[in-house]
Each structure stands twice: as structure tokens, then as C-alpha cells.
Design a protein around this ligand. Structure first.
Ligand code: IPE
Ligand code: IPE
Ligand code: MG
Length: 243
């Protein structure tokens, strides 16, 4: 069914980078009389579907918001479960992903979380950096404000050591010192669950992104709806300030 929709995609107007705020796992669980944990488990299945579809349509970059710097405010039980779930899902999937030419990296702050990374996952990710298929960014302990602070620290350090002058600071220099250095900015940002906010996601990079919101809860997000968001995107006229 969704294959028919895929054929409607204009390959010349493909978004280069899609970023997704995967929201609504908890509400999905509530709606289905299950606990929040089950909602997150079901959310992982949706990630698998969407990554597969992204590979199928030859998308270049996909960034998924998995855990924010604010999500530490949740119960210890939920935080621990979520972090384990993200890591274990990657352990399960990473060989298949790399076989499919997917290039995987984590974006986010290393603070608080370094020890939670599984060594095999990190090594396999690094090996996948030779792959030139889909670039999959997993935003883990990610916060846009934290990312900017870390970027300013890098730049300030280069000033302090005399490597650069203050007047040399440019948009490119900031972009190049973010976790997303070298990647195109997202063309399209999708958020599920009916919320219409960024929640500290890619605040610098989304300056000119198109937004697509749906009431669908993340575990119910289908391949079909994903393709629909791209078809909608392709109808928009982006002006970037020009007339
Ligand atoms: C998104 O679902 C998953 C993460 C934030 C990790 P939520 O857990 O935020 O689900 P709701 O918003 O409570 O429904
Ligand atoms: C955003 O969802 C973070 C992720 C999807 C990882 P939240 O559910 O944490 O966002 P708020 O709290 O509703 O803004
Ligand atoms: Mg939420």
C-alpha cells in the first residue's frame, strides 16, 4: 500500500535530511491500558519501520530524537529503562543496519552518559562511518542549548589559544562545531502526538526547516504517514528569505 505512495515521491525534490521528534509513547500506552514501558517498546518497532522506509526511499540523513537532556527529569525507573532499551535495540539491529550500508552515529552530550554506551555498539558505529547509504543520527542525551554551549566552549578555546580571532566567528564556524558538523540542516522536522514544539531539538539547525505535525502517537506512526509527510513537504515553497 505504501509502495504506491513511494512512487509519487519526486526524486528531484527529495528532502536531504529529515529529523523526527518521536513523541507519544506514554500516551499510546495509556490509551492501550499498558504501562509506559510497553509504549517505549512499541516505539522501537516504529523506529525500525521508519528507518527501513528511509533506506528504501534513499534518504540521505535521518535524525531521531531518542533521549533529551531534559528527559532525566523522569522517574529513575523510566530513565534507566529507556537508556537500556535504546542501547539494546541498537545491539540487536546494528549488524543488519550496517549491512544495509547505514552510517550510524550518536549526537548528543557525552556528559552524564558516557558509561552507558555499549563498547560493541560504539565500535560498530565507527566502522559504519565508511558506509555511504542512509546517515542515521540517534540523538541521545541531546539538548540544543547544551549543544550550543559545547560549541561556544570549543570556539572560545580556539580564541584563547590564539588559533582564531573573535571577528572570525561565523555561522559556518558555529555549524562546524556542533554535533551535526558537516551534515546538511534538516529540511523537514516531523513531530508526532499532536504537540507542536521543538523541545530543545536542533534549535540552531532548524532555522529554515519545514515542520510537519501529526496527532498520531509515535508507536502508531506508519510507513504510509511517513511518505505522506514527504509528499506534503514537496508541495511547499521554501523561500529562505528571498521573495
Ligand atoms: C516519546 O514518548 C519518547 C521519549 C521522550 C523518549 P513520551 O515518553 O514522551 O510519551 P508521552 O509524551 O508521555 O506520551
Ligand atoms: C521530546 O519529547 C524528546 C524526545 C522525543 C526524546 P518530550 O516528551 O520529552 O517533550 P516535552 O516534554 O513534551 O516537550
Ligand atoms: Mg512526550
Amino acid at each position: 500500500m505504501y509502495k504506491k505512495l513511494i512512487s509519487q515521491i519526486d526524486k528531484e525534490q527529495m528532502p536531504e535530511h529529515i529529523a523526527i521528534i518521536m513523541d507519544g509513547n506514554g500516551r499510546w500506552a495509556e490509551k492501550n491500558s499498558k504501562n509506559r514501558i510497553k509504549g517505549h517498546k512499541e516505539g522501537v518497532k516504529a523506529v525500525r519501520r521508519i528507518v527501513e522506509t528511509a533506506v528504501e526511499i534513499d534518504l540521505n540523513y535521518l535524525t531521531v530524537y531518542a533521549f533529551s537532556t531534559e528527559n532525566w527529569r523522569r522517574s529513575k525507573h523510566e530513565v534507566n529503562y529507556l537508556l537500556k532499551l535504546i542501547m539494546n535495540s541498537l545491539i540487536d539491529e546494528i549488524d543488519e543496519l550496517t549491512k544495509n550500508n547505514v552510517n550510524i552515529r550518536f549526537i548528543g552530550s557525552q556528559q552524564e552518559i558516557e558509561k552507558r554506551y555499549n563498547k560493541k555498539v560504539i565500535e560498530t558505529c565507527k566502522r559504519s562511518w565508511n558506509n555511504n547509504g542512509l546517515h542515521l543520527n540517534v540523538a541521545m542525551n541531546y539538548g540544543g542549548r547544551r549543544e550550543l554551549i559545547e560549541s561556544f566552549q570549543k570556539i572560545a578555546n580556539n580564541i584563547q589559544t590564539g588559533e582564531i580571532d573573535i571577528d572570525e566567528i561565523s555561522e559556518k564556524m558555529v555549524s562546524d562545531s556542533l554535533y551535526t558538523a558537516g551534515m546538511p540542516d534538516p529540511d523537514l522536522v516531523i513531530r508526532t502526538s499532536g504537540e507542536e514544539r521543538l523541545s530543545n531539538f536542533l534549535i540552531w539547525q532548524t532555522a529554515y526547516s519545514e515542520f510537519w505535525f501529526t496527532k498520531t502517537l509515535w508507536p502508531d506512526f506508519s510507513r504510509k504517514e511517513f511518505i505522506k509527510s514527504i509528499l506534503d513537504f514537496q508541495k511547499r515553497k521554501r523561500r529562505f528569505g528571498a521573495r
